[in-house]
Design a protein around this ligand. Structure first.
Ligand code: ATP
Length: 357
């Protein structure tokens, strides 16, 4: 029996997680191969406004006993962004050593991509998720004076860089991607990025069957727009990977269809699965948020726990729903969050009943 912790969070997180949970429930009730139970936690900005913290003191201890975490989104105009991020998402990612952030950018047929080249776009961004530019080391002095100074340090370690490099090459090898591209900027960031380059190059030598390119981040961003079909696995530091993954989601149709995983590859702690998008306050409560990124994140969770057939069924049901143009307004349709969720579940249910899994 696998146990899942569910944190819907804020804004549209609540709406799209509802659809993912209904999908999970469908599997639990109809697929005897999948045994899962889950607990839902009401942590987030509402919790903060009531209790003065984003989650209870012992929350990491509580989460540790679960096999995986399904996360919605966080963000609320009434709570500063650095509080919502650094008191909820970051502690989970860091304490649970989720040092791999995995974001597929796969173009589903039926979705309008801004890139009109009719070639298959299917690449994966693997981002270092624990150190680098988001290390939170530095200081800010003499605030609001002429002498004001701020310093933010980037921390890269050989171990951190090599671990993400190995993960990227293994992933490429196991999933038949022929090329690993590293995002760098070692011409200008000469200390940390040179260590990054060195580690990537070293690790690449153990994978002669996978081609390796190191490309400056500025040229890489342009190339991802001009020739996204060329990429296989893109491996990047925390900041570069963060930016590239929003670009990746834009070229395949937007944030509404972009899932992600924060992975602790050793399995010592639970990994966390969440859509790339945030709480989208502009559409929250309207019932029109696209649930695909969240339901696809559930598929990544299934895959991570060994339910790869079930993950594949979710993905093919999403593809078929999109092909039939049952889509929310962000994809040019006029269906609601619930209608898209129901359409995906209808296809899952038909396959489960027909024994097609
Ligand atoms: P936050 O502060 O929580 O990050 P945000 O609005 O700055 O919120 P996102 O939530 O990522 O950032 O949203 C960016 C834009 O994309 C918004 O216009 C939002 O409506 C749109 N968007 C994000 N997710 C979805 C979704 N699932 N369905 C439809 N539109 C979405």
């Amino acid at each position: 029996m696998h146990r899942i912790a569910v944190i819907p969070g804020d804004g549209i997180g609540l709406e799209v997680v509802r659809e993912a949970l209904a999908t999970l429930e469908l599997f639990v009730n109809n697929d005897t191969d999948l045994t899962m139970e889950w607990d839902v936690f009401d942590w987030g900005s509402e919790y903060y406004l009531e209790h003065g913290k984003m989650m209870p003191e012992n929350s990491l201890e509580v989460l540790k006993s679960f096999d995986a975490i399904l996360f919605g989104a966080i963000g609320d105009a009434r709570v500063p962004d650095d509080v919502t991020i650094w008191e909820l998402i970051m502690p989970i990612r860091k304490e649970f050593q989720q040092y791999i952030n995995y974001r597929p950018a796969k173009h589903l047929k039926g979705i309008q991509s801004p890139i009109q080249n009719n070639k298959d776009i299917d690449f994966v961004i693997i981002r270092e998720n624990a150190e680098g530019e988001y290390s939170n080391m530095g200081g800010h002095l003499y605030k609001n004076t002429k002498q004001e100074v701020a310093v933010q340090n980037t921390v890269m370690t050989r171990e951190g860089c090599e671990k993400v490099a190995r993960y990227a090459f293994n992933y490429a090898r196991e999933n038949n991607y022929k090329l690993v591209t590293s995002a760098t900027k070692s011409n200008a960031i000469v200390h940390t990025m040179k260590l990054w380059d060195h580690c990537l190059m070293n690790v690449s030598e153990s994978y002669p069957d996978v081609a390796f390119h190191s490309v400056y981040i500025d040229a890489l961003a342009a190339s991802m727009v001009q020739h996204p079909e060329k990429f296989g696995v893109v491996v990047a530091s925390n900041l570069f990977g963060d930016i590239l993954s929003d670009l990746g989601s834009a070229v395949v149709g937007g944030l509404g269809v972009s899932p992600s995983a924060n992975i602790n590859p050793e399995g010592a702690y639970p990994s966390m699965f969440e859509p790339v998008h945030g709480s989208a306050p502009d559409i929250a409560g309207k019932g029109i948020a696209n649930p695909i990124a969240q339901i696809w994140s559930l598929a990544l969770l299934f895959d991570h726990l060994g339910y790869s057939k079930q993950a594949g069924l979710i993905l093919s049901s999403i593809e078929s729903t999109v092909r039939d143009q049952v889509v929310t307004p962000d994809l040019g349709g006029n269906n609601s969050t619930e209608e898209v969720g129901n359409a995906i579940r209808g296809r899952v249910a038909a396959a489960l009943q027909g024994g097609k899994i």
